[in-house]
Design a protein around this ligand. Structure first.
Ligand code: AMP
Length: 273
């Protein structure tokens, strides 16, 4: 596995692979890799000739009061995990953007609700970094986790609207044995906070399997939660992310909540009844 430290090195490598007619798969991450990230790499590995993983904590997608400065890092552990899965290139630029960078990519509509309402500018940062990363890696296919469900839908829309030549694949949300959705940010949780964090996945499970209409399921979810601040708990249309009123079609239960200072996400498919 090669470690590429600059945008130039990445684009040069991708161009060389393309000249050889090889297909490129891509897993964008912010590092501190866990089994969720590894599952994305494993899902893509058999589909492509060359597999690229990026690790870049993208300042554009963090708000001024968010955890950019203390985001966890483990470059050596990350590198070992990537090598073990058969990654060809680990792209870890210190700085991703060229000097004078002045472009921003905005996906409207889909980004206005849910996380977008609580993290102004976040999805603009995500869409901008993804566009640049897709360009640098020349990826034929990229995989993003369903753990960040709104992000996945925003990137799908971005790629469709701008006709970017990359296929977007969604990867299953991977959980810890106790049900907690794996996240690099789980490392922030104290033992007591971790126990309370489990109420997110419990609420998601109950809402997916319980009976009743949307209101009944939301009330059930709320009754289970033990969090410090609930940003949102909703049942939404899986494509438009608008609130669902009718459970006769497949929907998605989605949540974002703080436990202590840690913002956690979870979501689950709610089968049509
Ligand atoms: P991050 O490093 O948190 O930016 O995540 C990088 C990619 O890994 C994103 O596409 C995430 O959705 C995905 N990811 C993070 N956690 C999980 C998880 N528990 N299961 C599946 N994918 C995940």
């Amino acid at each position: 596995m090669d470690t590429l430290l600059s945008a130039e090195a990445m684009s040069g490598r991708a161009a060389a692979w393309k000249r050889e007619g090889l297909t490129i798969g891509f897993v964008p991450t912010m590092g501190f890799l866990h089994r969720g990230h590894v599952s994305l790499m494993e899902a893509l590995r058999p589909r492509v000739d060359r597999l690229v993983v990026s690790i870049y904590v993208n300042p554009l997608q963090f708000g001024p009061k968010e955890d950019l400065g203390r985001y966890p890092r483990d470059p050596e552990g990350d590198s070992q995990k990537c090598a073990a899965v058969g990654v060809d290139a680990l792209f870890m630029p210190e700085n991703l953007y060229p000097s004078g960078f002045s472009t921003s990519v905005e996906v409207s509509g889909l980004t206005e609700r849910l996380c977008g309402a609580f993290r102004p500018g976040h999805f603009e940062g995500v869409a901008t970094v993804c566009t640049r990363l897709f360009g640098l890696t020349r990826a034929d296919v990229a995989i993003l986790g369903e753990k960040d469900y709104q992000q996945l839908q925003v990137v799908r829309r971005l790629v469709r609207d701008l006709a970017l030549p990359v296929e977007i694949v969604g990867g299953e949300l991977i959980r810890d044995e106790d049900g907690l959705a794996l996240s690099s940010r789980n490392v922030y949780l104290s033992p007591d906070e971790r126990k309370r964090a489990l109420t997110l996945s419990k609420a998601m499970r109950a809402m997916a399997s319980g009976g009743g209409d949307v209101e009944a399921r939301l009330a059930l979810g709320r009754s289970i939660l033990d969090v410090d601040k609930l940003d949102y708990l909703e049942i939404v249309d899986p494509d438009t992310l608008q609130p669902a009123t009718d459970l006769s079609k497949p929907t998605r239960a989605v949540i974002a909540a703080f436990v202590g200072k840690t913002r956690l996400l979870d979501n689950v498919a709610v089968a049509a009844v």
